[in-house]
Write a protein that binds this ligand. Structure first.
Ligand SMILES: *Cc1c(COP(=O)(O)O)cnc(C)c1O
Length: 412
């Protein structure tokens, strides 16, 4: 009898030694589907130009380095200074011995920058979202989430016991429907949660209208500002400022890992009671190490820079509007908008990959996005602009796009 068992066919009988074989099969199916992701190795700091492992210098149009702060001299100097004054690491979570004066300073500075009462730091925005919902909402409550929200929001919501609704992307009527249903089910508290800016399309959430809907339905509003903090709005405070509802968002989550220097770290900003409870109960905060002192020191310097001058976000905005106009004039279809994320629509996944590969040969580093990252048949190149791009860089980029687009028959 025993000899008849075939462990390869009966997964319940698989042995530990089948484990790696199973993973190899899974990896092969990812490759076969054309979805295997490789990592391009850089040898230089992040910047307008980067050198890849083969020694070539290319114009970089795919970083979240919106303000160019990833390699800004004042930011690097502040990180060095914090290393000297506060050491390299704390080897502790916050509530044991991982809180320095600079952590408290940064939390207060972030809260004031975002128009909130208090803020709490996390090792990443992924953790801020992952540890947000479970401590705040229970079975009696409802969370209502945009269907295109970031993976970390989806995971965070999964971890909480609240009832869940998903509304159609940026669709206020559908949001109203969800809120009405939640009310009909007797939800105690209702929390609506959305990305401020959606990273695949550069869509900017209509926070003014969403706020009004939330007010009509007596709901709280939370926004993930990862692609907005530092440069959206006249003073760079974020999507809420851009949409005229600064100071009117109940919960803001965001990252230090994009525009604000691009190292790592995340935060939640909200009313004091919210932040106090997160410090008591939020698991990624309680059970994960404190943010490193050099990142904290550098982030304070970033806020000094941004509060002292809007030059960087102004430059980013000028670069964005120049590039959006020029690339459209070159014959490409882009998703209309005003965000430095500029999706250049190719539709066909293979063509998008060919375009990215040809552009790299022409010295322009961009990445193609296709299913499942974006819907089937919606393949695109996502360009991200930065304040460190010079006019000559943008002209070079448009010329390279034009040449590659003509060669591939994408434009005329
Ligand atoms: C990048 C991103 C995150 C994750 O940020 P990290 O700090 O890198 O973990 C979360 N939400 C959104 C919308 C993002 O774009």
């Amino acid at each position: 009898m025993l000899a008849q068992f075939n462990t390869a066919q009966d997964p319940t009988m698989a042995t530990a030694s089948d484990f790696l074989a199973t993973l190899r099969t899974e990896l092969q199916s990812i490759r076969d589907a054309g979805l295997y992701k490789t990592e391009r190795i850089l040898r230089t700091p992040q910047g307008a130009h980067v050198r890849t492992a083969d020694g070539r210098e290319v114009l970089n149009l795919c970083a979240n380095n919106y303000l160019g702060l990833s390699s800004h001299p004042a930011v690097i100097e502040a990180a060095h200074e914090a290393l000297r004054t506060h050491g390299y690491g704390l080897s502790s979570v916050r509530f044991i011995c991982g809180t320095q004066d600079i952590h408290k300073t940064l939390e207060a500075r972030l809260a004031s920058f975002l128009g909130a009462e208090d803020a709490i730091l996390y090792a990443a925005a992924f953790d801020a979202n992952g540890g947000l919902f479970e401590p705040l909402l229970g079975e009696a409550d409802a969370v209502i989430s945009d269907e295109l929200n970031h993976a970390s929001i989806i995971d965070g919501i999964r971890l909480c016991k609240a009832q869940r609704w998903r509304y159609k992307h940026n669709d206020l009527a559908d949001l109203e429907r969800c809120l009405a249903e939640a009310a009909a089910k007797g939800a105690r508290f209702k929390l609506v949660f959305t990305d401020g800016v959606f990273s695949m399309d550069g869509t900017i959430a209509r926070l003014d209208q969403i706020r009004a809907v939330c007010d009509r339905h007596d709901a709280l509003l939370g926004v993930d500002e990862c692609h907005a903090t530092g440069f959206m709005g006249a003073r760079g405070r974020g999507t809420h400022e851009h949409r005229g509802v600064f100071g009117q968002i109940d919960i803001i989550t965001g990252t230090l890992g994009k525009a604000l220097g691009g190292a790592s770290g995340g935060f939640t900003a909200a009313r004091r009671e919210v932040i106090d409870l997160l410090r008591q109960r939020s698991r990624p905060y309680l059970f994960s190490n404190t943010v490193a002192p050099n990142i904290v020191g550098a982030s304070i310097a970033v806020l000094d820079l941004l509060e002292g001058s809007t030059a960087l976000r102004d430059r980013l905005q000028a670069n964005t509007s120049y590039f959006r106009t020029a690339i459209a004039q070159a014959g490409f279809e882009i998703k209309p908008g005003e965000h430095p994320i500029v999706p250049i629509m190719v539709y066909d996944a293979a063509k998008a990959q060919q375009l990215a590969a040809r552009l790299l040969e022409l010295g322009v580093y961009v990445v193609g996005f296709f299913f499942p990252v974006v819907p089937q048949g919606q393949a695109r190149i996502r360009v991200q602009l930065s304040a460190v791009h010079e006019q000559a860089d943008l002209e070079h980029a448009v010329a390279a796009f034009r040449q590659a687009g003509l060669e591939l028959g994408l434009i005329r």
